[in-house]
Design a protein around this ligand. Structure first.
Ligand code: CA
Length: 445
């Protein structure tokens, strides 16, 4: 389960927290120096927890403040201490690579052409691995499907996407990963909320402190649950009394199924169907600008395989044209958006859908990818957006992501050039755009 939106500003150290740390460093030790004698009641520890330095002063300051707030909120001192006493700065979060590692531009979903992004999820290793699990876990998958109403190929695909079927569950400790995220600061509130959720997990006895393994952003187990997601949706499916998403495949898959079901998954409906478009199709209808199946049928859309659409009762679908008019086109159904509760990137949800189908023996897309075209990088999309706006086409904020508004602006520009207006932002479009004259300002006195 990835995260993406990074809110600034960076966490600022406050005088109050510095004052707190000073009291930590210089105040009297809060741990009794003598063991209580037999017959004497033990003296409960009070005051701030004294931690050994993490090796990073900013992390120490954050920890002193957060530990105090956590105890103030009623979390047991021993638990707060056990979660935070061994935190240490990770280079990914608190080294020089932070910007590079967490900026949207470096996330694979945004940086690669979609056909490159799909190579691993659609590769032989991943698909045959899914088929092996499909065969090995048949009865478990049937039981999960029956209880939660989530199709098995979806669970296998997500399991493959998240951890390669448990092969790469992450080697970090969730409290440490989240402490790093909190100290780094851009998602501090999120990280602290997840740390509180970890405390709840241990307090309720769902898992022990030493079981909280995670990936670099605090997502845990086979299907990479964030702690708050774990509390809300994790399941004990194998019946041993523990919701063990780390070691139990049945628990992890049932937990993912429960999460998807509660997010609105509709069993038996497709996530997407590859389609054939009629000549002179208006691409302005794509990206959610038209959604009724009856309109798509009336407009002449058909399944790429021929025949009638089998939607499992779904009446609405958006048209998605991920690589322009020369590439595959899809009608996307509600389940596609449900996949995005795991990761908001379209390319991620697409990989879940495609790899799930492939595990069941149905390979797609049938239309080849237009690899002769050169999709734009994030910074080039930003250039494109600025160039569109300068020429009077409303591309919205120059955020480097070719969303619906940007694609509509590209379509409007392509129409002025007599091109097929598919809205696909390529090098070819950018060059053409930069050669077009800048619009004169309008509406100004
Ligand atoms: Ca269990």
């Amino acid at each position: 389960m990835m995260f993406a939106s990074l809110a600034r500003p960076k966490w600022m150290l406050t005088a109050a927290i510095c004052g707190l740390l000073a009291s930590c460093a210089n105040g009297p030790p809060s741990v009794p120096s003598q063991k209580p004698q037999i017959g004497q009641p033990s003296v409960p520890e009070t005051g701030p927890i004294v931690f050994k330095s993490s090796g990073n002063p900013e992390m120490d300051l954050w920890r002193a403040d957060f530990a105090d707030r956590a105890m103030g909120a009623g979390h047991p001192r021993a638990l707060v201490k056990s979660l935070l006493e061994n935190i240490r700065p990770l280079p990914l979060w608190l080294g020089n690579k932070v910007e590079a590692a967490t900026a949207p531009s470096s996330q694979a979903e945004f940086a690669k052409p979609i056909w490159d992004y799909l190579k691993v999820p659609m590769g032989e290793t991943r698909i045959s691995g899914g088929q092996a699990k499909l065969a090995a876990l048949g009865p478990t998958l049937s039981a999960i499907e029956a209880r939660y109403g989530v199709d098995r190929q979806v669970l296998l695909a997500i399991w493959g996407m998240e951890t390669s079927y448990g092969g790469f569950k992450g080697t970090d400790d969730a409290p440490n990963a989240l402490a790093n995220m909190a100290t780094e600061g851009r998602r501090r509130t999120f990280a602290e909320t997840e740390l509180y959720a970890l405390m709840t997990i241990v307090e309720r006895g769902y898992a022990r402190r030493d079981q909280l393994g995670s990936g670099w952003a605090g997502a845990m187990g086979h299907t990479q649950f964030m702690p708050s997601t774990y509390i809300a949706h994790a399941e004990d499916f194998d019946g041993d009394g523990k919701r063990d998403v780390w070691k139990s495949e049945a628990d992890a898959l049932a937990s993912a199924a429960n999460y998807l079901a509660r997010s609105g998954y509709v069993k038996g409906q497709p996530w997407g169907l590859e389609v054939r478009l009629p000549a002179d199709f208006d691409y302005g209808l794509s990206d959610g600008n038209e959604r009724r199946m009856e309109t798509w049928v009336a407009a002449g859309l058909a399944p790429i395989t021929g025949g009638a659409f089998e939607t499992g009762g779904a009446e609405y679908a958006e048209l998605w044209v991920p690589a322009g008019h020369a590439g595959p086109k899809y009608l996307l159904f509600k389940n596609f958006n449900v996949f995005k509760t795991y990761n908001r990137a379209d390319s991620y949800a697409f990989a879940v859908g495609l790899s799930g189908d492939a595990i069941m023996g149905k390979r797609g897309p049938l239309t080849p990818w237009p690899t002769h075209l050169s999709p734009l990088t994030v910074s080039e999309i930003r250039e494109l957006q600025l160039a569109l706006v300068a020429r009077g086409f409303d591309a919205g904020t120059a955020d480097g992501i070719a969303g619906r508004r940007t694609r509509l602006a590209v379509q409007a520009f392509q129409k002025t050039q007599g091109q097929i207006a598919d809205g696909y932002p390529t090098q070819q479009v950018l060059v053409m755009l930069q050669a077009a004259p800048i619009a004169a300002p309008t509406g100004l006195n």
